[in-house]
Design a protein around this ligand. Structure first.
Ligand SMILES: [Zn+2]
Length: 663
């Protein structure tokens, strides 16, 4: 699934970080003045640490200089991450606005740090030759990141960089806000236009005072409607308004974002933003991303063609004159193909996926696999529906997490893990929030689709990575601070358990207490093979869009024309007039040119999974090694080495290619 994870924060900043006392992320403040004074106090602490680092004149050492930087990175992490979460989840609009100001303030300070010659000179002066490997890596990465931030440019250039960075924060916030706050809808004349939808959906969508039924572009409405609604005309209408979110406001915002990033990359000595942003990733260059997209496309093409023909044949039964499958039809037709060709009824499956049971099952599964215990506790949180847990390893507490799982007005519309505090050995427990939009929390059983179960597992994979990777001295190596194009692998890997019969039957029970039947799981597994090819090719369209907005001069780009051109080139489906997908493609801000990272991580995740597949999904030895070799090291080693440690060999493309070609 498409998920975001820390957006702006990781971009320029020395990846961030832990402080002197153990804290918990408190967000119960509900007045703007109280919240403002809290974040301003944190900002003042960060500023004081920054001044100390710049003016430090004692002997340079790991204990003095690097510890000072580490404490500063902790405060920047805490301030930025807390504000990012608050800006996306707080129920009150004025609190979200204050959080956006906090994001800007912390981001500006991080930019200043990255451009500070004094801070840089003090860090470079530290001799780490006798230090441990993690400290050496921290030191080397820090120097690299200072240079990537522009510290060795002249004063005039650094001033321009600072101004561009500050502008980009505001541009990114505007882009996100225009998506988040633009909820559109279609009005249905009668219940007849809900034909095909599940009963609980119909019950939850009664006509309003005007006699009309409203279907919004929020996921809990949009996804079921596009999957099940028999009315092709209404799905078409909903598809169009969904793909108009953020339009027209975000056309200009996006064009500014692209232009400013291009200027920034030029100032930093790179030809394009794509060259800049890929240079510290596993993949290494924008050219390699382009080649990766072509390679994946080629591998996926035969399976995609088979998938497409199945959809097309099904469409011909409904519309004998049809000449092609429309983008708004693929989900609905895919559902029919799964039902008829594989006898898999996704609605039949939903009864086994009540939110509370899925959550409990996911808890039991991961606690058993990884040797952990989650204990509920009362935390000060931002909304009454949020549930909080401590994570224990034997008799030791190792982290905290919060689940904010159900939709509400003004909340982030997607699904993501938001780290709140980084783990620092003996100083700070890691803390993280999951923000999703799945059914439940409203007095109904909250029956989830299998796809929503998958999203939950995916995000929980990020959560576990942040917590289990959170025992490091250096904030910049803690938790998910690994190479960005590896970061999705642990979350994609955890998705595999939602297809495993024994795992499913340990938690998927219907209201009568019956476990999901063997036969249904088998059909689900068979139907899973359908759609991978098409889905992969569509993902490569997103990856190509993300890359191509950033790998050339902005003068050559008309964002709408380029989107249409790339959709025609990469997606198996044609562009639909009056749609502007790029205006609601939030990743264009947070991920910029590197949407490919999802597929890159998936290649590795499939390879990691090959060990569980061969040695047992619940094999405690494999799970233990996975915890030790992949999750616990955080960013303390290059990701390629972690994978090598776990697999006993270098990762390769084979498991991924097999997954795509198996029918
Ligand atoms: Zn993810």
């Amino acid at each position: 699934m498409l998920n975001r994870y820390l957006s702006g924060l990781l971009l320029m900043v020395l990846a961030t970080c832990a402080g002197p006392v153990s804290q918990t992320g408190k967000f119960a403040v509900d007045s703007v003045p109280a919240y403002e004074s809290a974040w301003q106090a944190d900002l003042a602490s960060a500023q004081t640490l920054f001044n100390s680092l710049k003016t430090y004149s004692g002997p340079a050492s790991v204990e003095s200089t690097l510890t000072l930087l580490n404490d500063l990175e902790f405060m920047l992490f805490k301030g930025s991450a807390g504000a990012e979460l608050m800006a996306n989840v707080h129920p009150a609009e004025e609190m979200r606005s204050s959080a956006e100001q906090a994001q800007q303030a912390f981001s500006n300070l991080a930019t200043e740090l990255g451009l500070s010659r004094e801070a840089y000179d003090n860090v470079v002066a530290v001799d780490v030759s006798a230090a441990d490997a993690a400290t050496q890596r921290y030191h080397a990465n820090t120097i690299r990141d200072f240079k990537r931030a522009g510290v060795d440019q002249d004063a005039e250039t650094r001033a321009k960089i600072r101004a561009l960075q500050e502008e980009l924060v505001v541009i990114g916030q505007d882009f996100g806000k225009n998506i988040r706050e633009d909820v559109r809808s279609v009005k249905l004349d009668s219940v007849a236009e809900l034909a095909g939808l599940p009963d609980d959906f119909i019950a939850g969508h009664q006509p309003g005072d005007d006699g009309m039924i409203t279907i919004t572009t929020d996921y809990p409405d949009y996804l079921p409607y596009m999957t099940y609604a028999e009315s092709d005309a209404r799905r078409f209408e909903l598809y169009i308004v969904y793909k108009q979110r953020g339009y027209p406001a975000n056309v200009e915002v996006l064009e500014q974002m692209i232009a400013r990033r291009h200027e920034l990359a030029n100032l930093l000595g790179y030809e394009t933003w794509a060259d800049y942003i890929t240079s510290d990733k596993m993949i290494g260059s924008a050219q390699a991303v382009a080649e990766f997209i072509e390679r994946v496309n080629e591998v996926a093409d035969p399976a995609s063609e088979v998938d497409y023909q199945m959809l097309f044949r099904r469409l011909k039964k409904l519309e004998p004159d049809a000449i092609e499958v429309g983008d708004w039809q693929k989900t609905y037709l895919g559902e029919l193909v799964q039902l008829e060709e594989y006898s898999y009824d996704s609605q039949e499956a939903r009864q086994y996926f009540a939110y509370d049971k899925v959550r409990d099952g996911l808890f039991t599964l991961t606690q058993t696999m990884l040797g952990l215990t989650y204990k509920p506790y009362e935390a000060e949180v931002w909304h009454a529906s949020v549930q909080s847990y401590e994570v224990w390893d034997g008799d030791e507490i190792i982290g905290r997490f919060h689940l904010d799982m159900h939709p509400r007005d003004g909340k982030f519309k997607h699904a993501a893990a938001f780290p709140m505090l980084p783990g620092v050995t003996s100083k700070q427990l890691p803390e993280v929030a999951l923000v999703c939009n799945v059914p439940g929390g409203d007095g109904t059983p909250g029956l989830m689709s299998h796809g929503q179960v998958r999203t939950f597992f995916h995000e929980f994979g990020h959560l576990l990575h942040h917590i289990l990777g959170g025992n490091h001295q250096w904030v910049a190596l803690s938790g998910i601070a690994t190479e960005w194009d590896f970061v999705e692998a642990p979350s994609q890997l955890l998705e595999e358990w939602i297809w495993d019969k024994a795992s499913l039957q340990s938690f998927a029970f219907n209201e009568a207490g019956e476990p999901i039947p063997d036969e249904l799981v088998e059909k689900m597994q068979a139907a899973r093979k359908f759609g991978n090819g098409l889905g992969t090719r569509h993902q490569m369209y997103y990856a190509a869009l993300s890359l191509n907005y950033y790998n050339r001069s902005p003068d050559e780009i008309n964002t709408t024309d380029l989107m249409v051109e790339l959709m025609e080139q990469y997606s198996p489906f044609h562009y639909i007039d009056d749609t502007y997908f790029m205006c609601s493609f939030g990743h264009l801000d947070g991920y910029s040119a590197i949407y490919y990272t999802y597929m890159w991580s998936l290649v590795i995740a499939k390879d990691l999974f090959s060990r569980f597949e061969a040695e047992g999904m619940l094999n405690p030895e494999v799970a233990g090694q996975y915890r030790r070799f992949i999750l616990e090291p955080g960013g303390s080693k290059p990701a390629a080495e972690l994978v090598q440690d776990f697999l006993g060999r270098e990762y390769n493309f084979e498991a991924f290619a097999n997954w795509l070609s198996s029918k």
